[in-house]
Design a protein around this ligand. Structure first.
Ligand code: SP5
Ligand code: ZN
Length: 346
């Protein structure tokens, strides 16, 4: 298994997020990826490679070019408002709810920020664009290695990606790494690509990017949005639209879901993916389903992650794994390495 590691990830270093009326320390920290890297190196799991150069044409097929330009400039515009802003993260305070205009882009940076962000929990910092872009390069490189004949590759990167949509960021995500990997696979000749999202949270960005397409199947196991973030999307009746109808499959699960219940839902996901006859698989690999995750509510154990790896390999498809969430930093290395070793040992 190839590991495409994002060396630029520490340049994205949010310090706070808004939570229940207060700024609290970020849980999406550089140590997450460093712990995984250390554990993989300690075990000798996988072979580390560097990503290729940025493919702006591919980025622009998945994301709105205007959004990409906004992201690239955001930090500079934030600091231009007032030089003291250089000491704090960019977080939005204003949003256009349904009754407001969304067709005008106000001149004010803080107003435009609300057009592109969907929560106040995703700090943007001086290096967020560079780290995100290099992370996208990792996911795309992983996909291209699989197209070139590797049976599996893992994009070890942060910030994560699956909450980022065509023209919005949130949920600690700026560029949708899994969607970029899927599009790279399609562009490289895979006729049908399945995306299986097993992060604790619904992958709203990935779902919306492919919602009207039948060439990319999106299947997600996640906490029921009725009780959990992202709240307004991720329900079982979201099946896709137009030609994409039938190619979106959400499996929301209750808080407290344990290994046996999760595996039962996984079987339903696997059945749908097999019926799709995919040429390649992209896995949005979040390990925030872990019993000790600080922001989540499932009860998967460290041993369950080894079984998940085996179950993913059981789909018997060329596979690109993309790192998403997981915030129990102490155990994140073992849990993630268990998935990869479980995959390799099957
Ligand atoms: C990729 C991913 O897993 N994104 C998850 C985004 C969840 N954001 C909302 C959760 C709010 C919890 N933040 C609380 C921190 C203080 N205890
Ligand atoms: Zn998550």
């Amino acid at each position: 298994m190839l590991i495409v590691y994002n060396e630029a990830h520490p340049r994205h270093q949010g310090s706070v997020e808004m939570f229940r009326g207060a700024l609290v320390p970020s849980v999406e920290v550089p140590a997450r990826v460093e712990r995984v890297r250390e554990e993989l190196l300690r075990r000798g799991t996988g072979r580390f490679v560097a990503p290729g150069a940025t493919d702006m044409a591919l980025l622009s097929r998945v994301h709105d070019p205007r959004y990409l330009a906004f992201l690239r400039q955001a930090w500079n515009e934030w600091v231009a408002l007032d030089p003291v802003n250089a000491g704090s993260d960019v977080l939005p305070s204003y949003w256009p709810i349904k009754a407001f205009r969304r067709d005008v882009e106000p001149q004010s940076f803080v107003a435009r920020l609300g057009l592109y962000a969907f929560d106040a929990g995703t700090p943007l910092t001086a290096g967020s664009w560079d780290a995100s872009r290099e992370g996208a390069n990792c996911a795309i490189t992983a996909a291209r290695q699989v197209l070139a004949g590797e049976s599996a590759a893992f994009a070890l990167t942060r910030p994560p990606g699956h909450h980022a949509g065509r023209d919005y960021f949130g949920g600690y995500c700026f560029l949708n790494n899994a969607a970029l990997a899927a599009q790279a696979l399609r562009d490289g000749g895979a006729q049908r690509v399945a995306i299986l999202d097993i992060d604790y949270h619904h992958g709203n960005g990935t779902q919306t990017i492919f919602y009207d397409r039948s060439d990319v199947l999106f299947v997600s196991l996640h906490a029921d949005p009725y009780t959990d973030y992202p709240y307004y999307i991720g329900y079982a009746d979201e099946a896709g639209s137009g030609p994409g109808r039938g190619f979106n499959f959400n499996l929301p699960l209750p808080r407290g879901t344990d290994g046996p219940c999760w595996r039962q839902a996984f079987q339903a996901a696997a059945t749908r993916i097999r019926a799709f006859r995919a040429d390649a698989l992209v896995v949005s690999l979040g390990v925030d389903t872990y019993e000790r995750d600080p922001i989540s509510g499932f009860r998967l154990t460290t041993a369950d992650f080894s079984r998940i790896g085996g179950a993913l390999a059981g789909l018997a498809l060329p596979t690109v794994l993309v790192f998403e969430g997981g915030y129990a930093v102490e155990d994140i290395g073992v849990n993630t390495a268990n998935v990869l070793d479980g995959f390799l040992q099957r």
